[in-house]
Design a protein around this ligand. Structure first.
Ligand code: FES
Ligand SMILES: [Fe+2]
Length: 389
């Protein structure tokens, strides 16, 4: 693979040790978690290519509803069109690039706050003050660049690439594993962004590290889980699935908050299911809600985690939902707080002078799979490249 323009070297010995069978493998050295050149590479080959989950369709239910966000520094404007479709645009004014919309709301048109260029919901430039004498300037030929945007059961995905991988192929395993839940009619009940002092990959890894659960979370989700034999199912593109385990909802007792989702009614009381949808999503199922966590780099050593909790619609619209939300957040803060301390300490270890990464446990098979996928994408796979020659 061509690494031209990048300043990093491939840590070949570390990659070789991490790539051994799990019973022989070592954790990799820390470059991939702190090197700014690695993050630049990830922005190109990972975040610049893949489908990225950025939210729920019900966040913008009506024509003209919009949401502006920055995805790995790229300004994106999601907007529900007059025909009901969700479109994504580069949120960069065609004049000097200022973001034409901020936050979220409903609009009939977008007026750039800097010099007032005006856009329709479809991104078409419909007004540009004092531009009549700009020679050869054809307002009608000007439209905001549109980004590929698709959805699956209410989850909205965009790609920053003009030529992304085929969406159906990308979403096939997500659909295979979680499509039975029928999430389209469900509703977003909780969404918050949490800044963390660690590399984005450490949080994704932590969420599939079931090795730690019985120790770190012994008083919460670790109470019921048997972590001695985790049935990790590893798939292409670094994806990992755990099809069934015993964890419990985020209540004090581990019982459900509300009655289960219809598709989950026949499941055991503390039924749980998890998956990593690369590049940056951890997905979890409980009998009465689903959780999506996405991890976004800010710089090499800091990130923002987005938490999306989706319940059946009648639960979110019920007068008792504020209490469900309060209890959920109380437990969530406890569990995640335990994790956050660990991932921030892991980040620190990546530069600890006397630390040599140790051996992997067989309970880290999912973590290893995700690590190797990223090592491959960041540094390339010279063995495979050589074999293809
Ligand atoms: S930057 Fe938008 S009108 Fe000038
Ligand atoms: Fe954890």
């Amino acid at each position: 693979m061509d690494n031209s323009g990048n300043t990093f070297n491939r840590p070949s010995a570390s990659i070789a040790r991490a790539s051994l069978p799990i019973t022989q493998a070592n954790h990799p050295t820390g470059e991939m978690y702190y090197d700014p050149a690695v993050l630049e590479r990830e922005k190109q080959v990972i975040f610049g290519q893949d489908w990225l989950c950025i939210g729920r369709a019900e966040e913008i239910p009506n024509a003209g509803d919009y949401k502006a966000l920055r995805i790995v520094e790229q300004p994106v404007l999601l907007c529900r069109q007059a025909d009901g479709r969700i479109a994504a645009f580069s949120n960069t004014c065609l004049h000097r690039g200022v973001e034409i919309a901020n936050g979220s709301g409903n609009a009939k048109e977008f007026s750039c706050p800097y010099h007032g260029w005006l856009y329709g919901l479809d991104g078409q430039l419909i007004g540009a003050p004092y531009m009549r004498d700009a020679e050869g300037f054809d307002r009608k030929a000007c439209k905001l660049p549109e980004l590929p945007c698709e959805s699956f059961q209410g989850w909205v995905f965009v790609s920053l690439s003009k030529t992304p991988p085929q969406f159906e192929a990308f979403v096939a395993e997500f659909a295979e594993k979680f499509g039975y839940i029928d999430m389209e009619p469900m509703r977003l009940g909780i969404q918050r962004d949490i800044p963390l002092n660690c590399n984005w990959k450490l949080m994704v890894e932590n969420f599939i590290d079931f090795y730690h659960i019985g120790v770190l979370h012994k008083d919460t989700i670790g109470r019921y889980m048997k972590t001695t034999d985790v049935p990790y199912e590893t798939r292409t593109r670094g994806q990992v699935f755990i099809n069934e385990y015993d964890a419990g909802s985020h209540t004090k007792s581990g019982e459900v908050f509300v009655e289960p989702i219809p598709a989950l009614k026949g499941k055991p009381p503390r039924f749980s299911q998890a998956g990593v949808i690369t590049p940056n999503v951890n997905f979890f199922v409980r009998p009465d809600y689903v959780m999506l966590y996405s991890s976004w780099p800010v710089d090499a050593k800091t990130m923002v985690m987005k938490q999306f909790i989706v319940f059946p619609r009648h639960v979110v619209e019920s007068p008792t939902f504020p209490e469900v939300k309060r209890q959920f957040l109380e437990m969530s803060d406890k569990i995640l707080g335990e994790d956050f301390e660990m991932v921030e300490s892991l980040q620190n270890a990546t530069k600890a002078r006397h630390f040599v990464p140790g051996r992997m446990s067989r309970l880290e098979k999912g973590v290893q799979h995700f690590i190797l996928h990223n090592l491959d994408r960041i540094y390339g796979n010279p063995e495979m490249a050589a074999a293809a020659d």
